[in-house]
Design a protein around this ligand. Structure first.
Ligand SMILES: [Cu+2]
Length: 214
């Protein structure tokens, strides 16, 4: 038993030396696939994405609101079944493209955008008006909406009526998940859920997929 444990320890150390720790690996991954800086010759592609919402209050055949089940969670009558979405939710680009993503919050008090395993997202992204002029940045700040949402916004969050824009160069083929962390619960295996680990609905998961072709 001791020998086995020793071998596991030796193999583990050798693996860590060869490939680095999990934290170092994820840090290395962060800048690899999508990069925040575009080379001057990269073709520029603009994508417009709106944030929408699907919702319903399930009713019986007579039109009376009833209790129901949503993905394993019991909901009482008149509970709103809802989730937010990106539209379009599939974006396909080519390797080397310089991608401008312009995201407009139409529904929902506030959102953020982060592309997993990269450093790309709305954190500190430019807030732009309809003509594309920069009006500010989506940094941590007081909520400019008097009518809804939290008093303070975290870095990367933007509110209904605001439009953020950020850019990246697609360096590596693959499919990247773009998620709103306000409306997505990420489980221990990286699975995206609509309920947090206490069973509270988070109106999601709110996700889009960016595919980079070779
Ligand atoms: Cu959201």
């Amino acid at each position: 038993m001791f020998k086995q444990t020793l071998w596991v320890a030796i193999l583990g150390a050798a693996f860590a030396a060869a490939y680095g720790t999990a934290a170092a690996q994820s840090a290395a991954k962060k800048s690899a696939g999508l990069s925040p800086n575009c080379t001057a010759s990269a073709p520029v592609r603009d994508y417009l994405v709106t944030v929408g919402e699907w919702d319903t209050v399930p009713k019986d055949r007579e039109g009376k609101a009833v209790a129901y089940n949503d993905r394993g969670f019991a909901r009482t009558a008149n509970s709103k079944l809802e989730r937010y979405n990106f539209d379009p939710s599939v974006i396909i680009v080519k390797r080397g493209d310089c991608v401008n993503l312009r995201i407009h919050d139409l529904k929902g008090s506030h959102h953020n955008v982060t592309i997993e395993a990269t450093e790309i997202g709305s954190e500190s992204a430019a807030l732009i008006d309809d003509a594309g002029k920069v009006t500010g940045k989506a940094v941590a700040r007081a909520n400019p909406n008097a009518f809804e949402g939290p008093e303070k916004l975290k870095a990367g969050e933007f509110v209904r009526g605001e439009q953020v824009m950020f850019r990246f160069q697609a360096n590596r083929p693959g499919t990247y998940r773009m998620i709103c962390e306000v409306h997505t619960f990420v489980g221990p295996k990286g699975e995206l859920r609509g309920y947090d680990d206490k069973g509270k609905p988070v109106q999601g998961p709110m996700v889009a997929y960016i595919t980079v072709l070779p």
